[in-house]
Write a protein that binds this ligand. Structure first.
Ligand SMILES: Nc1ncnc2c1ncn2[C@@H]1O[C@H](COP(=O)(O)OP(=O)(O)OP(=O)(O)O)[C@@H](O)[C@H]1O
Length: 490
């Protein structure tokens, strides 16, 4: 590429095809701050890595070896990637190292393994990137050493969201960057235990209609590679979404993308049928205890299944994936609601699950509320974090009447209101839209929620025990009477 012979910034600017177009260059200059990329001499890096000693060795990838480097008199610890040969293809004049420099010198983000600088010699191209001291996500998920326990659900959701944000940042940069090699071994963990996306050797910067993007042959890692990406023209952001979906399935299950110890060995063929059947426990990492809130796994699994859909157009964008994961994170951090939801989801398990509908993205309109307030809830817009339409938990989540429960009863359930809840019609119609009763059996209490008057007995039989019964009801009839009385009084 010929840009190593002069100053890094101007050289990269010259070789970037985006700078060949004057109009674009003008616009780009307005929007971006130049990223300061340092140029190191080979001697600097030799000293910094103690002559690429075994003690500095961090790992080996398909394009070279990585060493730990101590720079700036000990003030900066970095990782030096040493590529042993200029791996160039007939289609792409860039080696992976050139490519990584080209992409990372234009995109920086806190969730990426950012470029610090580079150095080149006749035989070696050296990349200096941020040092990640806590291994890769692959190591964390698949490590067999007993001293490290696998990450818990909170950490897994956090990692998934951080990676999703990194990919979203790439897709929304100008011009967009498609990573093409999203996988757990390319996710490194920094000193604050944040996930960072690295290895931009295969990344493509440009729009899908650009000649360079259109003429670059498909590439990626088997098991993560989008099956719809068969020719250069098939490339889109959604190929990254597919790979992210595989990574998400790996995060949930703790199994490899391709693993012959499982039947079927492909994670998609193994997980998606179970997700469609609503058998979420089947895909959970068996080394972890049951998740705090089973709906967390359900939402993660449905989101992953959407990302790996065969039809490219039906896959969500990375921005939607980020929103979905933020929703899951919220559920993880809602302790009181989780308590109730956990109980309700047990009831829900007895209902047939229709997750298939959610995954194939059938758009089903559910009309809620009166004519003026009618909300049309689109199943696909509820997608992340929603329960299957009509499921008990969905109704519970939306129920403001349950949300008004405040204090804790002896039975450990928050209770503050009389047995029949008076709600104004406009608030309630969108909440409980089925007269069907929702039952909850707590330790010392049976809670029933439904529409109608409470004319039932105040106890319930549960496993041979007589338990006090609490009925939270939306009594539309008494509501009507009340309105009538007020009107007459006026
Ligand atoms: N910035 C870094 N900080 C610390 N260790 C790193 C860093 N980058 C890479 N490593 C280590 O070096 C190993 C090799 O990394 P590299 O990116 O070259 O290959 P890979 O991603 O493992 O495989 P492939 O090249 O096939 O994608 C990694 O597994 C990791 O352990």
């Amino acid at each position: 590429m010929g840009y190593f012979s002069c100053n890094a910034d101007s050289a990269i600017a010259t070789c970037d095809p985006y700078n060949w177009d004057r109009k674009r260059r003008k616009n780009n200059k307005k929007n971006t701050n130049p990223i300061q990329i340092r140029h190191f001499t080979y001697a600097d890096l030799l000293t910094a890595t103690n002559y690429f000693s075994a003690e500095s060795f961090l790992g080996k990838g398909s394009h070279g070896t990585v060493y730990r480097a101590i720079l700036d008199g000990g003030k900066l610890i970095a990782a030096v990637k040493k590529t042993t040969h200029h791996h160039q293809s007939a289609f792409n004049s860039c080696s992976p190292a050139d490519n990584e420099i080209e992409v990372l010198s234009r995109v920086q983000h806190p969730r990426l393994v950012n470029l610090i600088g580079f150095s080149d010699t006749d035989s070696n191209k050296l990349l200096v990137v941020e040092y990640m001291p806590n291994d890769s996500l692959y190591d964390l998920l698949h490590s067999t050493t007993t001293c490290t326990s696998p990450p818990g659900w909170t950490r897994r959701v956090r990692f998934a969201l951080q990676i999703a944000k990194a990919v979203q940042a790439l897709h929304s940069s100008n011009p967009p960057v498609i990573h093409r090699d999203i996988k757990s071994s390319n996710v490194l963990i920094d000193e604050s235990w944040n996930a960072r996306l690295g290895d931009f050797g295969l990344a493509l910067r440009g729009r899908v209609e650009d000649v360079r993007v259109k003429s670059t042959p498909p590439a990626g890692t088997l098991g993560y590679l989008d099956p719809a990406y068969l020719a250069p023209a098939d490339l889109s952001n959604k190929s990254d979404v597919f790979s992210f979906g595989i990574l998400l399935l790996e995060i949930i299950s703790g199994r490899n993308a391709i693993d012959v110890n499982y039947s079927p060995p492909s994670i998609v063929d193994w997980a998606v049928p179970m997700i469609k059947r609503g058998h979420f426990a089947g895909i959970c990492d068996h080394r972890l205890g049951p998740p705090v809130d089973p709906t967390v796994v359900r939402n993660l699994a449905v989101l992953a299944a959407k990302c790996v859909r065969t039809t490219v157009e039906k896959r969500p964008s990375m921005a939607e994936v980020v929103e979905g994961l933020k929703f899951v994170r919220k559920r993880l951090h809602a302790p009181i609601w989780n308590h109730l939801r956990r109980r309700v989801s047990r009831v829900q398990e007895s209902h047939s699950l229709d997750v298939e509908e959610e995954i194939v993205g059938v758009t089903k309109a559910v009309k809620v509320g009166n004519r003026r307030n009618r909300k049309v809830l689109n199943v696909s817009s509820l997608a992340y974090g929603s329960e299957p339409v009509g499921s008990v938990a969905e109704r519970m989540t939306r129920s403001k009447s349950v949300g008004s429960l405040g204090r804790r009863s002896k039975a450990g359930l928050a209770v503050k209101m009389p047995a029949v809840v008076k709600l104004s019609k406009s608030r309630s119609t969108g909440l409980l839209y089925s007269p069907q009763l929702v039952h909850y059996k707590g330790k010392g209490l049976v809670l029933e929620i439904g529409i109608g008057r409470d004319a039932d007995s105040q106890t319930r039989q549960n496993d041979g025990q007589t338990l006090p019964r609490l009925f939270l009801g939306l009594d539309l009839e008494s509501e009507k009477e009340m309105h009538e009385k007020t009107r007459r009084r006026k």
